[in-house]
Design a protein around this ligand. Structure first.
Ligand SMILES: Nc1ncnc2c1ncn2[C@@H]1O[C@H](COP(=O)(O)OP(=O)(O)OP(=O)(O)O)[C@@H](O)[C@H]1O
Ligand SMILES: [Mg+2]
Length: 245
């Protein structure tokens, strides 16, 4: 199976505190990989290293077979074009309409005509079932709608690889399940490879092919979701018993 992301011995420290310790993990082509672990264990930090927002103390990160640590900006831009990110806080710009928010990556990374940009924005908003909200501002949308709008923006450039940091956190079960269905649809129908960070057991059941459990910056388990349920590692079996961390 082809590796889309390959992390090896990634170690990072903030203020001399070790946050990730020799993390090695892969994201395989066409899978949904879920990153699990209690609050503060380093999940978002791992994501930020994979998309080049942080540089590690040591270790290697490859995306599409290219080492990104120390890569020059022009090369890295090319990689970023093939990657979509839904950040933990959604990060829509409040002063822009949903239409303009979704258009941001298209304006930033392409030279497409205005009419094509508008068509792509409408297509993406249709995919996340937000056609009606196109001219609304983020403050006029519910939490779930904001997540869907942020997802539309994350997939604006038809990324090969999509990263989602807590896409369902703080949403009610029905809305969460709709977001999970959307992630599955992107994976199944559009062949996107997806890495999702989540706390929620129900989501993991719905979307995960494989899981990586992080604990205090280290990988406790990486493998098939079905296998993880049989694990005797206390932190993991506790998680499945309690349904949360
Ligand atoms: N830029 C930073 N500077 C200093 N410390 C940081 C920075 N970013 C994260 N940390 C620390 O790194 C640790 C891991 O944070 P991270 O955001 O990766 O956790 P997380 O697993 O995503 O948690 P949550 O589930 O709450 O989102 C925390 O102790 C946090 O305080
Ligand atoms: Mg986080």
């Amino acid at each position: 199976m082809k590796k889309i992301v390959e992390v090896r011995n990634l170690t990072t420290e903030f203020d001399r505190k070790r946050i990730l310790n020799k993390v090695s993990m892969d994201v395989l082509e066409n899978e949904v990989l879920v990153i699990l672990g209690e609050s503060g264990c380093g999940k978002t930090t791992l994501l930020k290293h994979i998309i080049g927002l942080h540089s590690p103390t040591s270790g290697s990160v490859k995306i599409f077979n290219q080492e990104i640590i120390g890569m020059d900006e022009v090369e890295f831009e090319k990689i970023l074009k093939k990657v979509g990110v839904l950040f933990q806080n959604g990060a829509l710009l409040n002063s822009l309409t949903i239409r303009e928010n979704v258009a941001i990556p298209l304006r930033q990374h392409t030279n497409l005509s205005e009419s094509l940009i508008q068509r792509l924005v409408r297509t993406k908003l249709h995919l996340v079932e937000l056609d009606e909200a196109i001219d609304m501002f983020p403050s006029q949308l519910s939490g779930g709608m904001c997540k869907r709008a942020a997802l539309a923006r994350a997939i604006a450039l038809d990324p090969v690889m999509l990263f989602c940091d807590e896409p369902t956190a703080g949403l009610d079960p029905v809305t969460s399940s709709a977001i999970d269905d959307l992630i599955k649809k992107l994976n199944n129908q559009l062949n996107m490879t997806v890495m999702v960070i989540t706390h929620e057991l129900a989501s993991i059941h719905r979307i995960a092919d494989r899981v990586v459990f992080l604990d205090k910056g280290e990988v406790l388990f990486g493998g098939r979701f079905e296998e993880s349920k049989k694990s005797r590692i206390p932190q993991i079996s506790n998680f499945f018993e309690k349904g949360n961390f």
